[in-house]
Design a protein around this ligand. Sequence first.
Ligand code: NDP
Length: 318
Amino acid sequence: MKIGIVGYGNLGRSLRGLIERDENLNLVKIFTRRDNNSFNDDKMESIKNLLEYKDKIDVLFLSLGSATDIPEMAPEIIKNFNTVDAYDNHAHIPQYFEKMDDIARKNDKVAFVSTGWDPGLFSLNRLIAESILTKGHTNTFWGRGVSQGHSDAVRRIKGVKRAVQYTIPKEEIIENIKENSKDYKSFETHNRLCYVVCEKKDEDRIRNEIVNMEDYFKPYETEVKFISEEEFEREHTNMPHGGHVIRVGETLENNREMYKFTLELDSNPDFTASVMIAASRAVLKYVENKNYGAHTVLDTPPAYYNVLSHEELIKNYL
Ligand code: NDP
């Protein structure tokens, strides 16, 4: 499969590493909005030249930020390429899906949208758990870990030099969830903690913009700590994450069944990139079947993610 990557941040770098070690994948170019020559790397190409690669790439990974990049750029890119993205602004996914679906269908293209782990595998597990345990409560716990989407959103604020956002679940709620099952609001079960590097004079404004940011921080209890560049480099450059999707359902005679899906990730971008690569195999299947438009993890047959034949899948996994 001939692959392109758009955007060379954390996710872009993870995609590159994983693609380069996979013998079934061939990395054609990485497209960036920055000066491609400044990287001193012949895989880097300017985004301005993207269209020249229209017929040289099977699947294009959009490893762009979700806050503003994806909504602005993906609807244009899908006109000429099959894409996979990890767009994670949950509140806006329905409109984004509709838009990508419409444009992809008109251009005989496939867009695998909003994959990764959340949205992505967590979404799938919420759906399966609720389809099985029809009476009950589902809760998702994230962290403790770095949310790339939230960190990205903070970094877009004027004056922010570096920033990271940790999502911290309230452990006491997780421990007692089977007994105290109910539908919690996610701001009741998590706190948010941001470490920011900026000029002293900007601190109050930046704190204010963070805690009041719609969709990302409001109404969570959010703490913002300002630290030096050195401390940031020393303490906050790893990107662990993970969490649980937990559904507690009632069956007969007050029996409680707990469905729990857990991820423990040393590297959020490496894992998210791995999920995106699995999705690219599904994209090829959709293209093969001329099933154009936008697709998600909820409507993709699990077998599409794997290179094995149907016969082998049944033998190995059923
Ligand atoms: P980054 O902030 O690292 O990168 C986003 C974009 O910013 C890049 O594509 C790059 O574009 C640009 N960029 C990166 N580094 C620099 C720099 N030093 N200077 C200037 N521009 C830079 O974001 P991530 O890669 O960490 O995450 C991307 C998105 O992935 C997140 O917004 C999040 O929404 C999503 N995500 C989704 C998950 C899921 O489970 N669905 C899980 C994890 C992440 P360019 O090269 O064009 O400049």
